[in-house]
Design a protein around this ligand. Structure first.
Ligand SMILES: [Fe+2]
Ligand SMILES: [Fe+2]
Length: 188
């Protein structure tokens, strides 16, 4: 199965934008923490996080193609099945219809993807502009301000409660802690 290093190499080969790279690192770290919480394999879950938007730079104008490019790179490497391939097939399912969200790893990506972006937005409006200055309470306060980061789909994130059996406040705290532990890689 594809390794974390191979996923990182693919990501770097196809994503030049530093913020986009950092988005995938952040999701990878959060996925790793969620794997530990939910009994998944941390390396596999982090690998999925690192790969989930790896083809975004080249598919942003053709969103129906998002994830299909990544899947073709994996195929070229002999990766045609397994948990990462399946989960990647479900990531852009509304457009690709390749697979359903049918497991903890799939739902973890679905819910935490947007949350990492929301936490970055909270960090950026603070004077320190750093993750270290963010608390779970500060994230929750912004969460309740509907005009703040209005594009972030809060409903998608809140599905952590039903699909992952993790209360929202705990989900936020866990994700924030994982991101803070890797603030250098995330650049905040
Ligand atoms: Fe995506
Ligand atoms: Fe993403």
């Amino acid at each position: 199965m594809i390794t974390k290093q191979q996923a990182t190499d693919l990501l770097h080969a196809h994503t030049k934008n530093q913020n986009l790279r950092r988005h995938m690192y952040a999701v990878g770290f959060a996925m790793r923490a969620l794997a530990s919480k939910l009994g998944g394999d941390p390396d596999t879950w982090e690998t999925l996080g690192l790969l989930h938007d790896a083809d975004w730079e080249e598919t942003k104008d053709t969103p129906d193609e998002h994830t299909k490019h990544s899947l073709s790179w994996l195929k070229d490497m002999g990766e045609t099945e397994g948990p990462v391939v399946h989960a990647l097939m479900s990531h852009n399912r509304k457009r690709t219809k390749l697979a359903e969200l049918d497991g903890d790893m799939e739902w973890a990506l679905e819910t935490v993807d947007e949350l990492t972006g929301f936490i970055v937005a909270v960090a950026l409006v603070r004077p320190e502009k750093s993750l270290a200055a963010v608390t779970p309470e500060a994230v929750m306060k912004k969460w309740n301000q509907k005009a703040f980061a209005a594009a972030v789909e809060r409903g998608q994130i809140a599905q952590c409660e039903e699909k992952l059996r993790i209360p929202l406040a705990e989900f936020i705290a866990l994700t924030l802690t994982a991101m803070q532990a890797h603030h250098e890689e995330i650049g905040l």
